[in-house]
Design a protein around this ligand. Structure first.
Ligand code: HEC
Ligand code: HEC
Length: 303
């Protein structure tokens, strides 16, 4: 009897609790000096082999943390084959990259520096370059072992942790401000839940905490094999990390291959391929209205 009661109580808390939680408005436990150094590195093209490409080239903090392109352009005008995700709130993702090949921001930061179509550098070369600049002192002030691969990526990750976007209208609504959303946005949120989008897009990042098949109800053509690239497990073919929907209004084009530019179209696409449903135009437009309530504010901790 006691057992059953607990189950009932537990399940009722689940029903009452919202499946999405707000972004905190302040960050604790960050090292300010590392954040400043990481920020300097983030904006500095010195990280790339030929000094032309910075992290900010592909992750513009004034434009949703993305480059707005279908595929990013790295050194020597080399074009990639996967869409640049936003750096905003990436700290909340359970893994980094579309296929989850990096476990955290520090592991992630190694990728673009060495990637031959992004920054095309080596850490050996980068450490040598930085050692002839005022960066030498900056590093020595913070790290007893000076400029190392670990310390470069540690500083970048520390800055990355601060790139969160609190105070979205939807977060204000979650905290009890009934007026933060329009009627259509509230209805859109209810539809987002009742149609089943919430099954994959939930948690603090409204995504970023599980892998899901790209094309659950119907097969979709995709050149990238997703999670399979990491695990080589047949069952992981076409599985991708469910992306965050925070600031989604700012991060077109959409999907891992940037094939869609309009938010309406990507909602239709999701309904069709992920849920096997055809939604009415009215439902789509309300869901889009709801998605537009997910745009937050960037508070700078690096100044
Ligand atoms: C040439 C463009 C380019 C440059 C330069 C670049 N990135 Fe990226 N970034 C991308 C692309 C494209 C992806 C997705 C790659 C993938 O998933 O395979 C990505 C992924 C990420 C992610 C993972 C986000 C997520 O949701 O999985 C983070 C964090 C990130 N980059 C931060 C950085 C940092 C820090 C730097 C500088 C050290 C940097 N990027 C440099 C294009 C770029
Ligand atoms: C079965 C899991 C699942 C369901 C259900 C689902 N999605 Fe997704 N969603 C994903 C995955 C996985 C991706 C990334 C696909 C890719 O590009 O490979 C994605 C991508 C998106 C994107 C593009 C994000 C970006 O940054 O490119 C939007 C917007 C989106 N979904 C909204 C929705 C909406 C609205 C619904 C409900 C109508 C929905 N999703 C239902 C898993 C799901």
């Amino acid at each position: 009897m006691k057992f059953f009661l607990t189950i009932i109580l537990l399940s009722s808390t689940f029903v009452l609790a919202e499946p999405i939680t707000p972004i905190p408005t302040n960050i604790e436990n960050i090292d300010k000096n590392k954040v400043k150094l990481g920020s300097k590195l983030f904006f500095d093209p010195i990280l790339s082999k030929d000094g032309t490409v910075s992290c900010a080239t592909c992750h513009d903090l004034n434009a949703g943390g993305v480059d707005g392109l279908q595929f990013s352009i790295g050194i020597d005008g080399k074009v990639g084959d996967i869409n640049s995700p936003t750096v905003f709130n990436a700290v909340y993702n359970f893994t980094q990259f579309w296929n989850g090949r990096a476990r955290n921001l520090q592991e992630q930061a190694v990728g673009p520096i060495e990637n031959h179509i992004e920054m095309g550098n080596t850490f050996e070369n980068l450490i040598a370059t930085l050692s002839n600049t005022p960066y030498k002192k900056d590093f020595e002030k913070i790290y007893s072992d000076g400029i190392t691969k670990n310390n470069i990526t540690d500083a970048l990750a520390e800055f990355g942790k601060t790139l969160i976007t609190p105070n979205a209208p939807f977060d204000k609504y979650l905290k009890g401000d009934e007026y933060a959303l329009t009627k259509s946005q509230k209805e859109g949120y209810e539809l987002f839940k009742s149609h089943g989008c919430i099954a994959c897009h939930h948690g603090i990042n409204i995504g970023g905490n599980l892998y899901a098949k790209f094309g659950v109800m119907k097969d979709v053509k995709s050149k990238s094999l997703g999670r399979y690239e990491v695990t080589k497990n047949e069952l992981d073919k076409y599985y991708f990390k469910v992306p965050t929907l925070r600031n989604i209004e700012l991060t077109s084009p959409y999907l891992h291959d940037g094939r869609i530019t309009e938010l309406e179209e990507v909602v239709k696409f999701m309904s069709h391929f992920q849920l096997g449903k055809t939604l009415t135009d009215s439902d789509i437009s309300k869901i889009v209205d709801f998605l537009k309530s997910l745009t937050g504010e960037l508070i700078r901790y690096d100044q």
